[in-house]
Design a binder for this molecule. Structure first.
Ligand code: ACO
Ligand code: ZN
Length: 310
């Protein structure tokens, strides 16, 4: 909390008021000066507009059109978990996307975009109640022209919703879009500390899910040649196969395998390193069941109604 981190005295913002919560910002965000000079800022949980006082926020809430109809197109809905994802074009909903980026910057250290939102599509996760009152939970952005292979630019879950599996869910969603595009994806670098923790965990789980199918559900997706000699299941599986199954770029598959100590170097003949993949039955089962057992939201690909923009 040193004064060094606050370059000018006009930045006095201590908390943001968001849907009956008070959240402390982690970093400074370039909201207009008059908002940074108050200690509290009030943010509409539906459209993310910001206000100086609870009075102006309440007056806005009465007529906020995003409460029942968020911007963009609803492309994913889970009526049991009561969550939806909306696809929002940065060119068509400039103000909303700018407000979203300003909010995200409060929790992101890196330099992110705030005003130049047009080259991006935003995938925004909402929780809704029975009366269809949509509240913002988190989001990720994606470049429209992603010649770089990035399937995600920036991701954020509001601190009040963190560690409940929404980050994992959004990351899973970003790879589901890549699979529908018949592409392999990877997040834009550099990752923040929390971004790296979340991705490492995701890459590991994602590989585990595929391996589990092979081990325990007798799925034939990975079986090219099964050798039951000595009760050993032999699996002919390459990093390429895992990439195609998960939508993950090769490097990310490798990091996932490393998390599991599954990538081993075998004796090298010639000058070429040879690698092998090994999986421990009980470890795979343990990680898989503890992940599935957790009462966190899981992605259901059947709920996605979406075609890639060509
Ligand atoms: N400490 C340790 N591990 C963590 C933490 C943490 N604070 N947060 C996430 N993880 C790891 C854990 O393994 C966790 O699984 P677990 O809860 O079963 O242990 C896993 O990541 C997934 O956690 P989720 O609950 O699914 O993720 P969450 O909803 O908390 O969102 C996110 C993760 C989006 C990174 C969030 O922390 C956030 O918004 N941070 C601020 C913004 C940011 O740094 N974004 C990433 C920037 S990089 C980029 O955008 C490409
Ligand atoms: Zn609003």
């Amino acid at each position: 909390n040193s004064s060094n981190s606050i370059p000018n005295s006009s930045n006095k913002l201590k908390v943001i008021h968001f849907d009956n919560y008070e959240i402390q910002p982690w970093y400074k965000s370039p909201y207009p000066t008059e908002f940074n000079s108050n200690s509290i800022m009030y943010i509409c949980p539906h459209c993310l507009l910001y206000f100086n006082s609870s009075f102006t926020l309440n007056r806005h809430s009465i007529k906020c059109s995003s409460k029942r109809h968020p911007n963009g197109r609803e492309i994913y809905r889970d009526n049991n978990e009561k969550v939806s994802i909306f696809e929002i074009d940065g060119r068509k909903n400039v103000i909303f996307c700018q407000n979203l980026c300003l909010l995200a910057k409060l929790f992101l250290n890196s330099k992110t975009l705030y005003y130049d939102v047009e080259p991006f599509i935003f995938y925004v996760l909402y929780e809704f109640s029975n009366d269809e009152n949509f509240k913002f939970v988190g989001y990720f952005s994606k470049e429209k022209l992603n010649s770089t292979g990035y399937n995600l630019s920036c991701i954020m879950t509001l601190p009040i919703y963190q560690r409940r599996g929404f980050g994992n869910f959004l990351i899973d969603f970003s790879y589901l879009l890549s699979k529908r595009e018949f592409k392999l994806g990877t997040p834009e670098k550099p990752l923040s500390h929390l971004g790296l923790l979340s991705y490492r965990n995701y890459w590991k789980i994602s590989i585990i899910k595929e391996i589990y199918k092979f081990f325990y559900e007798n799925s034939d997706t990975l079986i090219k040649n099964v050798d039951n000699k000595n009760n050993l299941k032999k699996l002919y599986l390459s990093i390429d196969d895992l990439s195609n199954l998960t939508g993950m770029a090769h490097d990310d598959v490798i990091v996932g395998l490393e998390q599991l100590n599954s990538l081993i170097t075998v004796n090298k003949d010639d000058d070429i390193n040879k690698y092998a993949l090994i999986f421990n039955y009980s470890l795979v089962k343990e990680i898989y069941t503890s992940f599935m057992k957790r009462d966190t939201i899981k992605l259901n690909k059947d709920y996605l109604v979406w075609k890639p923009i060509i």
